[in-house]
Design a protein around this ligand. Structure first.
Ligand code: SAM
Ligand code: SF4
Length: 356
C-alpha cells in the first residue's frame, strides 16, 4: 500500500488532494496535483544564458545573469531528479537559456540517464551549437530534440535571433540531429505577425517533405515583449487556415512527446504540423510538468510567481521531498496570462529564465 510522503490539504478550488502515492517505493510513485493532474515531466533549465537574443524572448542587452555559484551543478541537478524520480518523475527536458552554451552537457545527460525511473530525456535548443555534439548527446541518452527555428530566410532568421549566421548553423544542427538518430525531431516556430507569418506555407512544406514535426507556437507576453506579443500576435488557427487554403490538413495523433500541441498532417506528408495555443485555446487542464530553474527553484507553472527554492536545502543535505510535495500542492489550475499585459506573467522578463 502506498505511503504518502506528505498529507496535503486540497488546493483552493481543486477537487483532488495533491499528494505523492507510493513515494517511498521509488519507481512506482506518482505525483498528482490538486486538480488531479499527474505530473511526470520536469523541464530543467541548465543555464539562463544564451548565444541568441530572439526578439520575442530576450532583451537585446541580455539579462542580469546568474553567478556561477548560484547555478546548480550537474551533480545537484541529478540529485533533484533522483529525489523526484522516487516520487513519480519519469521524463526530462534539458532547456535554458540555451542548454548547449553550458560546457559538456553530455555529462549531465549521462548522469540523468543513470537515474532509476527516468525513461526519457529530450533537449530544446536553437541548434546553432548542435552539429558537433549531436552524436555525443544521443549516445549520452538524449533521445528527442526540439529545435527553435523561426524563419527559413537567412536575413530574417538573423534579425529575429539578433545574431548573424543563425540559420545556416541551425540547419547544420538540424541535419546533424536527424543523422544522429534523434526521434522525433520537432521544429518550434514562434508566430510573429508581420514578421514570419508569410513563411507558414514554407514551414508546412518542410513538414510535408522531411520527417520533421513543425509546431507553431503563439507568442506569450513577458515583461520584455509586451508590445510585440500584443501588436504582432498571430493565432495558430490563422496559421492552420493559411495552410488549409492550399492543402488538406487532417488531425493526427502526432509524434511521441509530453507537450500540449495538437497535430495535423497533409496527405502523404513525412512529418506533421502542430499547434501550441497557450493564448487562444488554454491547455492547462492537461499540464503534466514542473520546471527547475538554473538556480534551483522548482516552479509549478511557467508563469506566475510561485516557486520553491531547493538549492540551499539541497546544499545543506536536507530532505527535498517535502519541498517537492509543497510545490505540487501549490500548482495553479491555469496560467493567468493577459495579452499586452504583464499581469499573470509574475514579473517574468523572459521565458529563458524559466526554460520556456
Ligand atoms: N534556447 C532553447 C530554444 O530556443 O529552443 C531553449 C529555451 S527557449 C526559452 C524554449 C522555447 O520557448 C523555444 O521554442 C522558444 O521559441 C520559446 N519561447 C521563448 N519565448 C517565447 C514567448 N514569449 N512566447 C512563446 N514561445 C517562446
Ligand atoms: Fe535563446 Fe531560446 Fe530565448 Fe532564443 S528562445 S533567446 S534561443 S533562450
Amino acid at each position: 500500500m502506498a505511503t504518502p510522503v506528505a498529507g496535503i490539504a486540497p488546493v483552493a478550488g481543486g477537487p483532488f488532494v495533491a499528494g505523492i502515492a507510493d513515494a517511498a517505493g521509488g519507481a512506482a510513485g506518482a505525483m498528482v496535483d490538486g486538480f488531479g493532474r499527474r505530473v511526470e515531466y520536469l523541464r530543467i533549465s541548465v543555464t539562463d544564458k544564451c548565444n541568441l537574443r530572439c526578439v520575442y524572448c530576450m532583451p537585446e542587452e541580455g539579462l542580469h545573469w546568474l553567478r556561477r555559484d548560484e547555478i546548480l551543478s550537474y551533480e545537484e541537478i541529478a540529485e533533484v531528479v533522483r529525489v523526484m524520480a522516487g516520487m513519480g518523475l519519469r521524463r526530462l527536458r534539458l532547456t535554458g537559456g540555451e542548454p548547449l552554451v553550458r560546457k559538456d552537457l553530455a555529462r549531465l545527460a549521462s548522469l540523468l540517464s543513470a537515474v532509476e525511473g527516468i525513461e526519457d530525456i529530450a533537449l530544446s535548443t536553437n541548434a546553432v551549437l548542435l552539429a558537433p555534439v549531436a552524436q555525443i548527446l544521443r549516445e549520452a541518452g538524449v533521445s528527442r530534440v526540439n529545435i527553435s527555428l523561426d524563419s527559413l530566410k537567412p536575413e530574417r532568421a538573423d534579425e529575429m535571433a539578433r545574431r548573424p549566421g543563425t540559420l545556416a548553423r541551425a540547419l547544420e544542427g538540424l541535419d546533424a540531429a536527424l543523422e544522429a538518430g534523434f526521434d522525433p525531431v520537432k521544429i518550434n516556430v514562434v508566430l510573429v505577425r508581420g514578421v514570419n507569418d508569410d513563411e507558414v506555407p514554407a514551414f508546412a512544406e518542410l513538414a510535408r517533405t522531411r520527417p520533421l514535426h513543425v509546431r507553431f507556437i503563439e507568442i506569450m507576453p513577458t515583461e520584455s515583449n509586451l508590445d510585440l506579443s500584443a501588436d504582432n500576435f498571430l493565432s495558430c488557427d490563422e496559421a492552420l487556415a493559411a495552410i488549409s487554403a492550399v492543402d488538406e490538413l487532417r488531425p493526427v495523433p502526432g509524434p511521441p512527446g509530453n507537450g500540449p500541441a495538437t497535430y495535423f498532417a497533409q496527405p502523404g506528408a513525412l512529418g506533421t504540423i502542430g499547434a501550441i495555443t497557450p493564448m487562444s485555446h488554454n491547455f492547462c487542464d492537461r499540464c503534466n510538468r514542473m520546471r527547475l530553474t538554473a538556480d534551483g527553484h522548482l516552479r509549478p507553472c511557467l508563469f506566475g510567481d510561485l516557486q520553491t527554492p531547493l538549492r540551499d536545502a539541497l546544499r545543506r543535505g536536507e530532505d527535498l521531498r517535502p519541498l517537492v510535495a509543497e510545490t505540487l500542492r501549490i500548482k495553479p489550475e491555469r496560467h493567468m496570462l493577459v495579452q499586452g499585459s504583464s499581469v499573470g506573467s509574475g514579473g517574468l522578463v523572459a521565458l529563458s529564465q524559466t526554460g520556456g
